[in-house]
Design a protein around this ligand. Structure first.
Ligand code: GAP
Length: 511
């Protein structure tokens, strides 16, 4: 069922110009996608919402735009050359490749599903008087599943932290995990696979050096932090924000734009005094959750997931997960990265990049709290939540994208009722005035009903219809996407009525 909905969302994205498979006429390229005419607008609005929430709302956060290509030693220093690996395993029968950690995580989720099923069954049986907490504590089947889940969880966390590939394979064998394609347990050993893409810089083979496509935008911030601090006269604590492309040679690229090989990140590194990092970690966790929830999708659709296995640079980490049609999934990571990166860059570059505190006259290497969110994952979560098929009173169904108005690609569709009698000219006149304030689309083809449906499908929050009365009394019909209510309003009022509701400022004020 949820799978069907997801398939519909993917085809809706294509049919309405949001997302196309890359190089489609050449049969596509694995896990690479292009954004179409509506997709790019939605994506730009997401980026603007993030950027403004960081750079406009915080006096001590500024932005940069660093290059994708960086000195190759940066990736040695950051640990990515040696440790940015995924453990992969192949099934000999299907010849399919999987991430060993993902296979085990899915197995853990299966125990949780079993518990949920027991709870749902009992709720049905006991009705009103059902005490879920008591049931979870006492039901023998639930306890058995919970115990197995916890044991597996512990074993998995230990294996991952110890980088113990043999143990990962053993877990897969012991849990009798089968390949979803062949249904067999004919597994190879687990091997490490580095996710960075390599290329060469320089004109001759001999003179060329190997460089990497950045797997995160964060390093561009680290190596520039002192430039920004000095030229911007920033005082710790301060932050640097950046939006840009990142590249990872993902082993298993699945679920549309959820896991891509070329994607975009919005990252902010917040530089703090050592010893204060946990306080700031907590503060940024709360702030980022508020940013997500200001979009109005309901707090029940978000949760934090604290990491068992910490990345090589972190002393605390959590994910903000969103309820997608295929379960709760990570959209954003918040990491306390210690002084690992800055210290490593000092060591590998041989330059001092310490911060000098003019108030205390001390020099130190700041600690860093990072917030890191994928634009594409955010896009997917918004699409999944907004896509709805609605049964209308007249028996018809309509597909409507209930996008937050501030993120919608088009804010207002301007529709003359017919293509004659001076109505198109009047509609153009209104459009020429309003287009300076928000994104408007003019459409005159097809019946008004069909045009409304097309606008619903791309998430346009408002439509206005220009009819014969407009020429007499300067009023238009304003239609609301969500309620489908139509009201008669004066043309002079349009801008004031719409502008505030569709502005990013209106969402920023809710954070
Ligand atoms: N600088 C830290 C960092 O990159 P991460 O958890 O690996 O941390 C941060 O990535 C975010 O980037 C994720 O929460 C996700 O939204 C996005 N992301 C990571 N890999 C991705 C991929 N292959 N495709 C799409 N988005 C991805």
């Amino acid at each position: 069922m949820a799978e069907d909905v997801f398939k519909k969302i993917v085809s809706h994205c294509k049919e309405y110009g949001f997302v196309f498979p890359s190089s489609e006429i050449y049969d596509g390229l694995g896990a690479v996608y292009d954004y179409g005419q509506n997709g790019v607008e939605l994506k730009n609005n997401i980026k603007q919402y993030w950027w403004q929430s960081m750079v406009l709302l915080h006096e001590n956060i500024v932005g940069i735009d660093s290059s994708i290509f960086m000195h190759p030693t940066i990736w040695k220093a950051s640990g990515h050359v040696d440790a940015f690996n995924d453990p992969l395993i192949d099934n000999r029968d299907s010849k399919k490749r999987y991430r060993a950690d993902v296979l085990i995580e899915e197995q853990i989720a299966k125990y949780e599903e079993k518990i949920q099923k027991e709870v749902a069954k009992a709720r049905k049986r006991f009705g009103e008087s059902f005490d879920e907490e008591m049931f979870r504590k006492t039901n023998p089947r639930v306890l058995e599943h919970a115990e197995k889940m916890e044991a597996l969880h512990q074993r998995f966390a230990t294996a991952m932290n110890d980088n113990n590939l043999e143990e990962l394979k053993q877990i897969i064998l012991d849990e009798e995990i089968v390949c979803p394609i062949s249904g067999t347990r004919n597994w190879t050993d687990v091997r490490q696979f580095n996710l960075m893409f390599k290329t060469e810089m320089g004109s001759t083979a001999e003179g060329a050096s190997t460089i990497y496509l950045r797997p995160e935008t964060a390093q561009g911030i680290f190596v520039n932090y002192l430039n920004v601090q000095k030229t911007g006269r920033m005082k710790v604590p301060f932050g640097i924000a950046q939006i840009g492309k990142a590249f990872r040679n993902e082993i298993v690229a699945r679920q549309f734009i959820f896991r891509m090989r070329e994607f975009e990140q919005m990252e902010m590194q917040f530089f703090v005094k050592p010893g204060t990092e946990m306080e700031w970690f907590k503060r940024w966790k709360e702030l980022r959750m508020r940013w997500h929830q200001a979009l109005g999708f309901g707090s029940e659709n978000y949760r934090f997931h604290d990491h068992d296995k910490l990345a090589h640079y972190a002393n605390a980490a959590t994910d903000i997960e969103f309820r997608m049609p295929f379960g709760f999934k990570e959209v954003e990571g918040i990491h306390s990265r210690t002084d690992f990166d800055l210290k490593q860059h000092e060591k590998y570059s041989g330059r001092s990049i310490k911060y000098f505190d003019p108030e205390t006259n001390e020099s130190y290497t700041p600690y860093v709290i990072e917030t890191s969110i994928g634009v594409d994952r955010m896009f997917l979560s918004i699409m999944c939540h907004s896509y709805q098929e609605e049964q209308l009173e007249n028996g018809e169904t309509r597909v409507v994208l209930r996008l937050p108005a501030a993120l919608a690609p088009t804010k207002l569709a301007v529709l003359p009722l017919v293509r004659k009698d001076g109505l198109p000219e009047k509609a153009r006149e209104i459009m020429d005035e309003l287009k300076f304030h928000f994104n408007c689309k003019y459409e005159e083809k097809d019946t008004i009903g069909k045009r409304y449906r097309r606008q619903d499908a791309v998430g346009t929050p408002y439509c206005i219809t220009i009819d014969h009365d407009t020429l007499k009394d300067n009023t238009v019909t304003l239609r609301d996407r969500d309620t489908m209510e139509q009201t008669r309003v004066s043309i002079d009022q349009l801008r004031a009525l719409i502008e505030d509701k569709v502005s990013i400022t209106s969402v920023l004020k809710r954070i």
